[in-house]
Ligand binder design. Structure first.
Ligand SMILES: [Fe+2]
Length: 579
């Protein structure tokens, strides 16, 4: 490799999605040789133990330098092979089973960790692509960002009863390497035509226990001698990893008085919480929201409401203001300025009515309450009226740098989203014709957004533009989930009413700032430094910062320089208008 570490793009892609597609690692000749060896052997597993020279190609792949280089960074040094290579989908019953993976409940021996900039993904499938897999071919499927899901995977998604728009079949070329975290939700769908050759090696972190090997070690029960006549529960805690009876390990249980070994190997791991059937939260919605950072609720507006809202927008076309071009250097999303019609709740009656009805609608209140708790407030609505040729809005925000007043946290079954923005669709949003776009999973990333994601010129397959119908309502984690818009290509102009909600926990965009107003006479004749700390809550804005105090030569001074005290390592420099 001609570089020291994975690029920020690669780190971001694996961190956001739970998989990384590395194109063209093997040459055409290498792929042909592997295919020939497989043809000759006529078998789909056992390669490492075949006769020489056939096995050599597969042994070479086991420690292929480029793979080792990636695994050292993704799993960590000292990774090892957990399961021998074989062709994916070749075992009976492997295809068409439910999806496996997801991070709830967490399986620490396969989970994804990242802490203080250090990552360790404890289980990774290295899939060598020996034949092209085109769109619609079937085979492996994945769910982006599911390696970090906080919510149990809905049963319908596991079984394929409802793909929830989340299941994706990657397009792969012969010679590619596809690195897939074990905790990413994944499965094998039936091949539409002939099976494609995907040679797969299973790797694990240096100390984690996943499977027992096929060798003789797993056939022998290895316990200390004294346990020979010991009761089963004592025997049960004396097992040795890798030996017979160790995988799955014995499950001990107790009623507080006696201890016994369960017959079933199902893990016992109690929680202090139970699911609340009275929470009124739709569990599929909660899963989707936590996974992706956005949610579409279908059919909230009826025909009459839509008609009135559209009529009002038609009526005030002359108030549309065309703003700046927001593609910000993007090649793919360049175009004209963004037309907006603001002040919808202030329109003269009855035109304001369809919009006033939106701001505290039950469908909104219900979800805002569970998404970030009550106490939110809004500034009203603006309708986005992009026309064919209107530029995209370069993607912005995300979890790195994280802004505490706008981010997302999940704790003890609750969603804490500090800024939720809602878009009411007054017209259909067609697939691939532009509009709201985001990076599902970016509300949990630890890496900064790469330039190609910002411009959407190099999306690495991570950006989605949800299709919606008139009457649907989109919720997204404004500030948490990386979002923006793709250039509008539909001859019918966009009509999305944007309503932003800020939580009770922080001030974001004006408010109580004046010390006089907050404290009255108490602040009279204060020095500038004293005055600075008497202000009300207000954040740093794009074009201004709140006063802070710095100490020079033993004296406190007022400063407006944000340098060094943003919430993350990367921050916008003063005077820079966009991010
Ligand atoms: Fe935004």
């Amino acid at each position: 490799m001609d570089r020291d570490t994975m690029s920020n793009e690669e780190n971001y892609a694996f961190d956001v999605a739970g998989y990384l597609h590395v194109p063209g690692v093997l040459s055409r000749g290498e792929v042909e040789a592997l295919n020939r060896a497989l043809d000759e052997a006529g078998a789909s597993e056992g390669m490492l133990g075949w006769e020489a020279p056939q096995r050599d190609l597969f042994r070479d792949l086991l420690v292929h330098p480029q793979l080792v280089w990636y695994l050292n960074q993704i799993i960590g040094h000292g990774f090892r092979l957990d399961q021998a290579p074989r062709l994916l989908g070749s075992r009976e019953g492997e295809i068409g089973q439910g999806l496996v993976g997801g991070d709830e409940p967490r399986n620490p021996s396969r989970a994804y960790f990242i802490q203080n900039g250090r990552r360790s993904c404890q289980g990774v499938k290295a899939i060598w692509v020996l034949e092209d897999v085109e769109e619609g071919d079937g085979g492996p499927v994945v769910v982006q960002a599911s390696h970090k899901s906080n919510v149990e995977t809905p049963e319908d998604l596991v079984t394929g009863q409802d793909d929830m728009g989340l299941v994706r079949q990657p397009v792969l070329k012969a010679g590619d390497l596809f690195l897939l975290a074990e905790s990413t939700l994944q499965g094998m769908r039936p091949w539409t035509e002939s099976p494609k050759r995907l040679l797969t090696y299973w790797y694990a972190g240096r100390a984690v226990i996943q499977s027992n090997g096929p060798g003789p070690g797993a056939e022998i029960e290895t316990r200390p001698e004294w346990t020979e006549n010991a009761p089963p529960e004592q025997k049960a805690v004396m097992y040795r990893p890798g030996a017979k009876g160790s995988n799955p390990p014995p499950v001990l249980n107790t009623d507080g008085e006696k201890t016994w070994v369960e017959e079933s190997s199902e893990v016992i791991h109690p929680s202090i919480y139970i699911r609340d059937p009275n929470s009124k939260i739709d569990e599929k919605e909660f899963y989707f929201w936590d996974l992706n950072g956005y949610l579409v609720v279908r059919g909230v507006m009826d025909g009459e409401w839509l008609e009135k809202a559209n009529e009002a927008v038609d009526k005030f076309q002359d108030r549309i203001e065309v703003g700046a071009e927001l593609a910000r250097g993007s090649k793919s999303q360049a175009g004209t300025g963004r037309p907006l019609l603001p002040g919808l709740v202030d329109l003269p009656a009855p035109y304001c009515d369809p919009f006033r009805r939106m701001i505290a609608h039950p469908a909104v209140v219900h979800r805002l309450n569970w998404m970030g708790a009550s106490g939110y407030r809004t500034g009203g609505g603006t309708v986005f009226c992009a026309v064919q040729g209107t530029s995209g809005h370069s993607l912005h925000d995300g979890n790195e740098p994280m802004s505490p007043s706008r981010g997302y946290q999940f704790k003890n079954g609750r969603s804490y989203c500090e800024t939720v923005t809602i878009t009411w669709q007054l017209r259909d949003v067609e697939p691939d014709l532009g509009g709201f776009a985001c990076v599902p999973g970016s509300h949990k990333t630890q890496y900064s957004m790469p330039p190609g994601i910002r411009t959407c010129d190099e999306t690495m397959g991570l950006v989605v533009q949800p299709a919606m119908k008139a009457g649907d309502v989109l919720f997204f984690m404004d500030g948490g989930c990386t979002h923006g818009a793709l250039a509008w290509k539909n001859p019918i102009p966009r009509r999305g009413v944007l309503v932003k909600y800020q939580s009770k926990n922080s001030n974001w965009g004006g408010g109580v700032i004046d010390p006089q107003e907050r404290w009255g006479d108490m602040v009279e004749d204060m020095t500038e430094e004293q005055f600075a700390v008497m202000r009300g809550p207000e954040r740093d804005g794009w074009d201004r910062t709140v006063p802070r105090l710095v100490v020079h030569d033993g004296q406190a001074h007022v400063s407006y320089d944000p340098e060094g005290d943003r919430y993350a390592a990367s921050y916008r420099k003063p005077g820079e208008k966009s991010r």
